[in-house]
Design a protein around this ligand. Structure first.
Ligand code: SAM
Length: 202
């Protein structure tokens, strides 16, 4: 059976694996590191049902490489790996405590026999410095990022290959080569039906 992002067993498992995992606080030195990188440590997530909708909309294929920039405790990145045909998912998170939660989450899935968990690669790194050369889909929950970080992010995404889709929770001051294709309304932990912008590199 091909993987489905709205598979009830998958949604139940994702909920169970993350139920007692608290990612909202980071250590002061982690927050400081993120601020020095120029972004923000503020936490929030796409809700599971909204993630299923977004993944059904994106329909990643075997040839796709999806990056979750600022992957937090890793639920969206793991959802993409287990619930779609995507070839590879890369979750990038600078806070080591959150990165470790994502590693444990992937391990929980593996232990319970979700073999596609191996498609999820997790990097404890700065999303503003990570290479995106192989990316075909980039997702970034960047609502709390300062303008300067958003501008750097846009410049970075513009270096991706033509056709790459960029899903941003913040509206971007996008140059002509980054075309706004769609605006979705998705439930986030901080707001219901929050606008989510789908851009394409041309
Ligand atoms: C709002 S959360 C998004 C979590 C998840 N991607 C989702 O949408 O459900 C943003 C995450 O980005 C991380 N972050 C912020 N700046 C970063 C940076 N420069 N490099 C890597 N991660 C960063 C934060 O630590 C936080 O975990």
């Amino acid at each position: 059976m091909p993987p489905r992002p709205d598979d009830p067993a998958l949604l139940r498992s994702l909920r169970r694996w993350t139920r007692d995992v608290w990612a909202y606080d980071v250590r002061p030195e982690e927050a400081e590191r993120i601020r020095r990188a120029g972004s923000a440590e503020t936490y929030g997530e796409i809700q599971i049902a909204a993630a299923a909708r977004l993944l059904a909309y994106l329909r990643p294929k075997r040839r796709d490489v999806l990056y979750d920039l600022g992957s937090g405790r890793g639920r969206f990145a793991l959802h993409a790996a287990l619930g779609t045909a995507v070839g590879r998912v890369v979750g990038v998170e600078l806070a080591r405590s959150r990165h470790s939660m994502a590693v444990a989450l992937r391990e929980a899935a593996r232990t319970e026999g979700w073999r596609r968990a191996a498609r999820l690669e997790l990097r404890c790194a700065d999303l503003l410095r990570v290479g995106l050369g192989d990316a075909t889909i980039v997702y970034c929950c960047n609502t709390a990022f300062p303008d300067a970080a958003l501008e750097r992010l846009v410049r970075k995404v513009l270096r991706c290959r033509s056709g790459t889709r960029f899903v941003s929770t913040a509206v971007l001051d996008a140059p002509r080569r980054l075309v706004l294709e769609d605006v979705l309304r998705l439930d986030m932990t901080w707001r219901r039906r929050s606008k989510t912008y789908v851009y394409r590199v041309t």
